[in-house]
Design a protein. Structure first.
Lengths: 332, 276
């Protein structure tokens, strides 16, 4: 598969001393959904802004579809679509007027723009509301309008900066569906940033975990989880006798820890091991009082690569960003 | 090249259209834009009635004194026309500020990520400022006529186009100047301070309220390089004065050079600094 985005040693330093992005290198393959996962302030938006040519890298290079993001910025802008984190649509204009403004900025001929506009409004289910002023739109509708704007030039690559930030679960699922549809029907390559683990897990073919401006690891979410060494089974027995050796003999079990009657069992295939453990222990006359299985989530992956939990670091970050967004609105 | 020119015009048209639509769709802003110059004109123009100071002189002598100082016997006419310059300056200032809003709201970033030429982005702002200024100037003139503006003997309706032309030149130059200050700003306070520092001196070292000839000599020097004086003089030549073609040509040349120079600087800075 072709590399459609390629970054080498990409770096951005603000005001000569704030290192937002620190020599990162990665490539995105044709037709995949590639996600940047990390907390607020990790450098996700800065990276996206460099790739969409609105921020000049301090060091390093990157190319989008073979075009250099600095020297051939104009060419890059033509082939990409951008859905920014903020709601940038003009509140005083209608959804349709905003969409047509986007079309004008790409220099799309009027009749083609109108036709595509109708299709896109249909896709994001805003046809009914297209002649309403954007100030009457809900957050989800605004996000969908931004998505339509980002697609008006039929981009080869779509950049989504926190596509579901601040949306409720239903709307979030709807946006995920649109994104999957774009990949399936148009073979579009999608680069997205997120601090939601579920989002990275549900959508992305590959993710890069970014922390403090550096990429900690790149890989398929499933593989990353597997690389941690499997699932964790917690077990409580009724007897005081030591069952460690019995458990260790069971297939796929990698390790066992014991503390009184409680055992922690690491298994490569938790779902298969769990019934076998119960069965084996019963044969050896042990009573299983409690048993539970935890499959590793991306949070464990994140934890093991960055040394801290994303849920902890994301929570406050999101609040801060929401507040900032509200303030932006209020100032307008 | 052809494609670039097409895109520039398309983008320019679309972005200007956005500003104008925003302006027209907000009835309050539209109302303020209309009422504000009228208030200034009515209050300042009628309250500073210099002619009244000389009211106990015989009318012929008074007229002569006024004419030698102001070029017209009626101070209200002198002042009312000056209000056009005043309005153009403030409209240009708000245009400069609007780019900071666009940046804050993320709109500017979105536009920058599209292939629209950078010069179109900044030209749209300038064009919007000019269109608003011309609209306001027309209203001021109409209102001034209703309040008793005395037109000069050389006035013809065609002069209106001359007025629009000088406003276009001045507004272009000044909008580019203000935009140069605000291009990189992410907050409103800094450029606001700079603009305020410039604005009022620009007004008071010009001939909006008083003719240059009545100023102390150091101030006259400042007034002579102040473009506001040239704009105001040009508008007066075209309306209330007996037209001095030489003076009008000088005004036009000065404003033309200013517009070209500041546009060049503005476009250079836009290409360089709109992206950070």
């Amino acid at each position: 598969m072709n590399e459609v985005i390629k970054a080498e040693g990409l770096t951005k330093i603000f005001n000569r001393n704030v290192i937002a992005v620190d020599h990162i290198s990665f490539s995105v393959l044709d037709g995949e959904i590639f996600g940047f996962l990390g907390p607020n302030g990790a450098g996700k938006t800065t990276t996206i802004n460099m790739l969409i040519t609105i921020l000049r890298p301090t060091e390093g290079t990157a190319s989008v579809l073979g075009y250099d993001i600095v020297k051939q910025a104009e060419m890059v802008r033509k082939v990409i679509g951008v859905v920014p984190q903020e709601y940038t649509a003009d509140e005083d204009l209608t959804g349709w007027e905003n969409l047509m403004l986007c079309a004008d900025l790409y220099g799309i001929p009027k009749d083609i723009a109108r036709q595509r506009g109708e299709e896109l409004m249909e896709l994001v289910e805003l046809t009914k509301f297209k002649d309403r002023k954007v100030e009457t739109y809900s957050g989800g509708m605004r996000r969908r309008l931004e998505l339509a704007c980002g697609l008006i030039n039929r981009p080869k690559i779509l950049f989504l900066d926190e596509p579901t930030l601040g949306l409720d679960i239903q709307t979030r699922n709807a946006i995920w569906d649109y994104i999957r549809q774009l990949k399936k029907e148009y073979g579009m390559t999608i680069f997205l940033t997120t601090h939601y683990l579920e989002e990275a897990d549900a959508l992305c073919d590959r993710i890069a975990i970014i922390d403090k401006g550096k990429i900690a690891v790149i890989g398929n979410p499933g593989e990353l989880k597997k690389s941690l060494g499997g699932d964790m089974i917690t077990l409580v027995l009724g007897e005081d006798a030591d069952a460690t050796e019995v458990i260790r003999q069971i297939e796929h079990v990698k390790d066992v820890w014991r503390e009184d009657k409680t055992y922690w069992i690491k298994s490569e295939l938790g779902r298969t091991t769990l019934p076998q453990i119960i069965e084996t222990l019963r044969q050896k006359n042990f009573t299983v009082k409690k048993i539970s299985l935890a499959e590793p989530s991306l949070n464990e992956v994140y934890l093991s690569y960055t040394g801290r939990s994303l849920r902890d670091s994301a929570e406050s970050g999101e609040d801060a960003r929401r507040l900032r967004m509200i303030m932006r609105r209020a100032r307008a | 090249m052809m494609e670039f020119r097409q895109n520039t015009i398309r983008g320019l048209w679309a972005l200007t259209g956005r500003e104008i639509k925003k302006w027209l769709k907000d009835p309050l802003i539209l109302l303020v834009t209309i009422v504000q110059p009228l208030i200034w004109m009515a209050l300042l123009g009628k309250s500073m009635n210099i002619g009244a100071l000389l009211s106990n002189l015989p009318p012929e002598i008074r007229d002569q004194m006024m004419r030698s100082a102001f070029g017209t016997s009626d101070y209200f006419s002198y002042m009312a026309v000056g209000m056009i310059s005043f309005t153009v300056i403030f409209t240009a200032m708000f245009t400069g500020m609007s780019v900071v809003w666009d940046r804050r709201l993320g709109f500017l970033d979105k536009v920058l990520s599209t292939p629209v030429p950078r010069s179109a982005i900044i030209f749209a702002k300038v064009l919007n400022s000019t269109i608003r200024s011309i609209f306001q100037a027309t209203l001021i003139l109409l209102a001034a006529l209703a309040l008793g503006l005395k037109l000069g003997p050389t006035f013809t309706p065609l002069n209106i186009f001359g007025i629009y032309a000088v406003i276009f030149l001045f507004s272009t130059g000044l909008s580019f100047l203000f935009l140069s200050f605000t291009l990189r700003s992410t907050k409103i306070e800094t450029p606001m301070a700079v603009v305020n520092l410039i604005n009022l001196p620009l007004v008071f070292t010009s001939n909006i309220f008083f003719p240059n000839s009545l100023m102390p000599s150091w101030l006259q020097t400042v007034a002579k390089i102040n473009p506001v004086s040239y704009l105001t003089d040009a508008i007066r030549q075209l309306t209330i004065f007996e037209m001095d073609t030489g003076a009008l040509l000088l005004d036009l040349t000065y404003l033309g050079i200013l517009a070209v120079l500041l546009s060049a600087v503005g476009i250079f800075l836009a290409r360089r600094y709109l992206s950070r």
